[in-house]
Design a protein around this ligand. Structure first.
Ligand code: NIG
Ligand code: FE
Length: 420
């Protein structure tokens, strides 16, 4: 089966070479564009593209579906490299508590926050958890996400952590987009255990069992003030390494916690959040291959300070942007809103933010061979926009729906809750 998309005003994020590099520093403001173009899809991959004026036609029109883009733009789908979409219910009560003056750390200390979600998750069946999570996933695909990382971390005991990871596996089996799975047992310490005993449980029981059942690609730790120390983080990461679980960690969201140092030292694929990042941390990241993944939705929702994106890029770092979709600190997977925050508040140029949301996000999940830009042989995962003037219009129009169609593996995604 072939599909031809014609009359595209601009194709954004094109790469003639499938083996693209991670974009760092100045390169983050570079993007390849085709004006007035076409794209040919064969089965689930991008077969070819070019300019309309050079279009010479195709051999078998009878087997080819035609989509007229009507002068819209075409972009690669978003690559959301940090989410927690497998959770039960919501935390609107806590949202109101924060409006009334409590902060995120106070709520966590009083047994709310992550522990609140863990309690609810333990009472929720596998099927119900799958249903709620698949509704979220369906919705964010409609918003243009075509590859995603999902974390555990609301189980906080072996059975419930495994239940969450099995839900992620089931989503991966049933949905057409690429899903990477991360074990985040070290998200918070459950009420019934000491910090030390819980770290030992993660190391002695959870990691070996999860590895045995092959349920995770990565390992994560919430390395921050009031959660896990750099020493505990390192112990957990070293254990994960024995089972080939590479680190992607939560660092420096609430304080300058040493999370960046411990992540880089243990070859983390990415360190994420990074609100508290000084010159020293930037220097350490500069010497490493670790990606700085920024989650401005969380800074917005918790009213925290934002990470120094401008300084990071000007210092030559590679920055990715992700949603952090979770019930407590940002209950949304809308990447075009993240696009807006990155530009308006963190002063990322629209093209830098676009690269951070696509190809660099793909690198932060090690999916850059398959998604992240428009190149021959990669998955045909595309966003077709309505008639909008340019790329800048997406962050400028603040979460307005600019999407006409989302194509995943060469097929138009239908937004229906009963899809998968
Ligand atoms: O990435 N920082 C840690 N974990 C999540 C929040 C989890 C929650 O509050 O449920 C985050 O912000
Ligand atoms: Fe997170």
């Amino acid at each position: 089966m072939k599909t031809l998309i014609k009359n595209i005003k601009q194709i954004f994020g094109v790469s003639t070479n499938r083996n693209t590099n991670l974009k760092c520093g100045n390169d983050m403001s570079m993007v390849e564009i085709i004006e007035n173009g076409w794209i040919l899809i064969e089965n689930d991959v991008i077969a070819d593209f070019g300019e309309m004026k050079n279009f010479t036609g195709i051999d078998d029109w009878n087997n080819t579906e035609i989509i007229d883009s009507n002068n819209g733009l075409v972009l690669p789908t978003w690559c959301d490299s940090h989410t927690h979409i497998v959770y039960a219910g919501n935390r609107t009560g806590e949202f109101v508590d924060r409006i009334n003056g409590l902060n995120y750390e106070e709520i966590a200390k009083n047994g709310g926050g992550i522990l609140n979600s863990a309690e609810l998750l333990s009472k929720t069946s596998f099927n119900e958890l799958y249903k709620q999570s698949s509704e979220r996933l369906n919705k964010i695909i409609s918003l243009g996400t075509g590859a995603i990382e999902i974390k555990s971390g609301y189980g906080l005991n072996t059975n419930d952590e495994i239940k969450m990871l099995q839900v992620i596996k089931e989503l991966d089996n049933n949905f057409p987009i690429k899903i990477k799975s991360t074990f985040l047992g070290a998200h918070a310490v459950p009420k019934t255990m000491s910090q030390e005993n819980y770290v030992n449980l993660i190391i002695n029981e959870m990691i070996p069992e999860i590895a045995k059942q092959n349920l995770a690609d990565y390992i994560d730790v919430f390395c921050d003030k009031g959660f896990f120390s750099p020493e505990e983080t390192e112990k957990i990461l070293l254990c994960g390494k024995k089972y080939d679980l590479k680190p992607k960690i939560h660092a420096n969201e609430l304080a300058c916690s040493g999370g960046i140092q411990v992540g880089v030292k243990n070859n983390a694929i990415s360190v994420d959040h990074l609100q508290y990042t000084g010159d020293e941390e930037i220097k350490i990241l500069k010497k490493s291959n670790t990606i700085a993944t920024l989650l401005p939705g969380t800074a917005y929702f918790l009213n925290l300070k934002y990470p120094p994106a401008r300084k990071m890029i000007d210092s030559g770092l590679s920055v990715a942007l992700a949603s952090d979709y979770n019930p407590g600190s940002f209950p949304s997977g809308n990447m075009s809103f993240i696009f807006s925050l990155a530009c308006t508040i963190m002063k990322m140029k629209p093209v830098e933010a676009f690269n951070a949301l696509t190809i660099n996000g793909a690198f932060a999940m090690e999916l850059h061979d398959e998604v992240g830009n428009i190149s021959r042989g990669k998955k045909a995962n595309l966003i077709l926009t309505k008639k909008i003037p340019n790329l800048e219009y997406i962050p400028y129009s603040v979460a307005e729906n600019f999407i006409d169609k989302v194509i995943i593996n060469g097929k138009i995604h239908q937004d229906s809750e009963t899809n998968y």
